[in-house]
Design a protein. Structure first.
Length: 90
């Protein structure tokens, strides 16, 4: 099972859970499973076109998925997915 790390701002959706284990073959399926278990995740992570929102970064084993397969990135049981909302400021 892949381990998904949930950032603080999204833990209200995950009932306070900071990590979730999911059985999924790719990142897209993991997001679907996450949304099935905790409704609202998909809307927070994906735009209406089904792509990652601009200010949401997702890492698979410390690599930004935008540069390594995107939502079609394959997941292995020992993989770790981190969801990182972008932080802006000045």
């Amino acid at each position: 099972m892949a381990l998904v790390r949930i950032p603080g701002p999204l833990r209200t959706l995950s009932q306070g859970d900071s990590t979730v284990e999911l059985k999924a073959s790719d990142l897209r399926q993991a997001i679907e499973e996450l949304d099935s278990r905790y409704p609202g995740f998909k809307d927070r992570l994906l735009d209406p076109s089904g792509n990652l929102r601009q200010f949401v970064n997702v890492y698979l084993n410390d690599e930004d998925v935008r540069f390594s397969g995107g939502l079609d990135a394959k997941l292995d049981p020992k993989d770790e997915v981190s969801i990182i909302p972008a932080v802006a400021g000045g």
